[in-house]
Write a protein that binds this ligand. Structure first.
Ligand code: FE2
Ligand code: FE2
Length: 192
């Protein structure tokens, strides 16, 4: 696996300044969430750092990456770059950073959509991406992190992300994919 300094340099060159800073913020948030949830902090930091590695690649290049993905793509995943960059990133991270840890690759692959029955690392990266302090505000980040003093709040925080996303999609009259609804329903039931 390539060391984090080399990865940071690659990200600095290949991402926009905004997404580079977001990646550092997500790594920081992932490490902090991992600490709250008694998970491997270094692994969470690493997964947070690489999660958006394909974010600024041209759409065609992202399509090319997922064509050689060792996993099946879901319906709708190739519709737009907002969703596609996540599975494309899982392929890219393996190819250019030599990441072979399937748990990390899966966390990258699912960081945008999430899925029913996410692993602990998938949950950590999903949430870290949404609450990281650099692009979304440190005050809100600190508040959400504090809520995780009770680690059982992790799913509640993730549910809040889905509620926000679904409301925003409805407001803009955009399509909500079935998987988003499935995870939302699953979390509601899980938290009852
Ligand atoms: Fe992303
Ligand atoms: Fe992200």
């Amino acid at each position: 696996m390539v060391c984090t300094d080399e990865i940071k340099e690659w990200l600095r060159v290949n991402l926009t300044a905004e997404k580079y800073v977001h990646s550092l913020g997500t790594a920081e948030a992932a490490k902090a969430i991992a600490e709250k949830c008694a998970y491997d902090e270094d692994k969470a930091y690493f997964a947070g750092l690489v999660h958006d590695c394909a974010k600024n690649l041209p759409f065609e290049k992202q399509l090319e990456l997922v064509r050689r993905a060792p996993f099946e793509l879901m319906e709708g995943e190739t519709d737009n770059a907002k969703i596609l960059h996540a599975p494309a990133g899982a392929v890219l991270a393996r190819e250019i950073f030599n990441v072979e840890d399937e748990e990390i690759l899966s966390a990258v692959r699912w960081h945008t959509l999430g899925h029913v029955g996410m692993s602990m690392l998938e949950k950590i990266i999903f949430l870290a991406d949404k609450i990281e302090p650099e692009t979304r505000g440190r005050e809100d980040y600190e508040k959400r992190l504090k809520a995780l003093d009770n680690p059982e709040m992790l799913e509640k925080e993730i549910l809040d992300c889905y509620i926000y996303t679904i409301k925003s999609l409805v407001d803009r009259q955009l399509k909500i994919c079935n998987q988003t609804i499935d995870v939302y329903n699953y979390l509601l039931k899980f938290l009852k």
